[in-house]
Design a protein around this ligand. Structure first.
Ligand code: MTE
Ligand code: MO
Length: 522
């Protein structure tokens, strides 16, 4: 091919080959770092460290957007975005290597080093977390050096081959890159598999013997469940319970090595082992947890039966200084929450929970111990993988989400959600039910009303509730007539305050407004 088109094709081929070599070498570096991290230091994986850093730097509006657009898949989307950026940067490094092999190798090593920097900047990091990325940097540079090694002289002269890279060498680079990239994917997958195995707390959870509660929950009335298809069960099973946290990898904590430190502005700081915690008086309560990021009508709310030690018992043992107005709690992964001291000492059932619906906490929900405080959104009260409690002041300390602009103090807003019929569904005309759930934790629900189109508001029937700290189901019978209808719901809390209609976004202190759904009858 001596035509100009042939030359262009050849040049494109060179560029693609160079890009592939860059991608393969960065891929090999990142994958080997990920594999090494899985056995050495899980938090040291460049993927996890960079992802975690990104999560922590994410501005509030973007986090809002991610949660509302991708829901629980937000973490997968984040990792995909990081991978796509990485591919691009890696390809550019490969192109650089065409001009200077040394510069290209240095560039891929630098890319891998970003992982080391991210790993060291994580809140709970240690020097060892940088090791996987350092090794990855060496691997990436070595692979690129090897892929772009000068062609042996015998293979160089090819007619029309241009000044750079002869055809057989180009093909071998491409083949070599593909092989390395394929190998990298396999190595990364192996790393994830090994990591998953090593970080499996199934056995630890299975060996836990939960003591009987000294204060059992009151038996649930049958009437907590209104028995209408499509209404969320009063107690949400653990596997269906919503999950919201910043952890890219679920922390795996062996309870035998776990301790809870209680200190700060207290007279007698102390620390507890898991067995010592279980030996304290345990109370069992149905409590409803809500995420501040929950939109009107959204899914981030659930009720479970929790078993735990009262925070007030734990704090009384330490003797909290009167001037402390904040309980600052910390997770093993560095995440923090600030809870008003008043809310954990005013007699409500604020717990360090060890069990959820009769089982040791699932790993995703904070095993071995987490906080639950009725009436407050999760981000200011529900620290999972809890490792320390510190009595302090709001003047002294700011927690994770507050540093990012969210509210300091966030009681749960009164809310009602329509679950049946489903939004935008089509239902047959005739007698059906409009039903859902509502909550106003620690104030309680007094009334729920439903409005169809512009008709008068109708009082709904309420499911039973064991306390003011749980959600309730509600329903009304409805004779559905053909056409398109707007269904609207509003709750009134037990202080008599009607849920306001004015819409507020979840940021900074929780969504507000009436849930409305449109249904077609016909
Ligand atoms: N360690 C840790 N605990 C955390 C969080 C977190 O990101 N990290 N998120 C909080 C938030 S915002 C909520 S709403 C609840 C959710 O608890 P769940 O995932 O068990 O439903 O956990 C809270 N505890
Ligand atoms: Mo949350």
């Amino acid at each position: 091919m001596h035509t100009p088109e042939g030359q262009t094709t050849r040049r494109l081929g060179d560029v693609a080959t160079a890009g592939a070599a860059g991608i393969a070498s960065v891929g090999a570096g990142v994958a080997s770092a990920h594999l090494l991290a899985s056995v050495l230091a899980p938090a040291g994986s460049p993927l996890i460290a960079v992802g975690g850093t990104f999560i922590d730097l994410t501005p509030a509006w973007l986090k809002e957007f991610a949660i509302s657009t991708f829901g629980t898949a937000d973490k997968a989307v984040l990792l995909g975005g990081i991978a796509a950026t990485l591919l691009l940067v890696a390809a550019l490094c490969g192109l650089l290597a065409r001009r200077s092999r040394a510069a290209g190798c240095a560039a891929v090593a630098l890319v891998a080093l970003v992982g080391a920097v991210a790993a060291l900047s994580r809140p709970a990091s240690s020097a060892i977390d940088a090791v996987p990325s350092l090794v990855g940097a060496v691997v990436a540079a070595a692979v690129l050096g090897w892929l772009t090694r000068p062609a042996p002289p015998a293979l160089t002269p090819v007619p029309g081959g241009g000044a750079r890279g002869a055809a057989p060498t180009r093909r071998s680079v491409l083949v070599g890159s593909l092989a390395v990239a394929g190998g990298a994917v396999a190595v990364a997958a192996l790393g994830s598999a090994i990591g998953g195995r090593l970080r499996d707390v199934t056995a630890a959870r299975a060996s836990v013997r939960l003591p009987a509660p000294s204060e059992p929950a009151t038996a649930l009335a049958d009437a907590v469940d209104v028995r209408i298809d499509g209404v969320t069960p009063f107690r949400v099973p653990n596997d269906d319970f919503y999950r919201v946290d910043t952890a890219l990898v679920v922390p795996a904590i062996d309870p035998s090595g776990w301790r809870l430190d209680i200190g700060g502005m207290v007279q007698r700081p102390y620390s507890l082992s898991y067995d010592e915690l279980l030996a304290m008086p345990l109370v069992e309560r149905d409590l409803t947890l809500t995420c501040v990021s929950n939109e009107v009508g959204g899914p981030y709310v659930g009720n479970a039966l929790w078993l735990g030690v009262r925070l007030s018992d734990l704090l009384a043992r330490a003797g909290v200084d009167r001037a402390a107005d904040q309980l600052f709690s910390r997770s093993t992964d560095g995440w923090t929450a600030s809870t008003p001291m008043g809310a954990v000492t005013d007699g409500r059932d604020a717990l360090v929970a060890v069990a959820m619906n009769g089982e040791p906490l699932p790993a995703e929900h904070g095993f071995p111990a987490r906080m639950i405080v009725p009436g407050l959104y999760g981000f200011v009260s529900a620290t999972k993988w809890l490792v320390s409690l510190e009595a302090t002041t709001y003047a002294q300390r700011e927690a994770y989400w507050t540093e990012r602009g969210w509210a300091t103090d966030a009681p749960v807003r009164t809310m009602a959600r329509i679950e049946v019929p489903r939004p935008l569904s089509t239902v047959a005309p005739g007698a059906i039910a409009i039903a859902g759930v509502c909550w106003a934790q620690h104030r309680g629900i007094e009334r729920v009303e439903v409005q169809v189109d512009d008709e008068p508001w109708v009082a709904a029937r309420l499911g039973a509730a064991p306390s003011i700290d749980t959600w309730r189901q509600w329903w009304i019978p409805w004779y559905a007539t053909s056409g398109r209808h707007v269904l609207r719901v509003r709750a009134t809390d037990a202080t008599g305050e009607v849920q306001p209609q004015a819409r507020l976004t979840p940021f900074p202190s929780g969504a507000q407004g009436w849930h409305e759904v449109v249904v077609n009858v016909g």
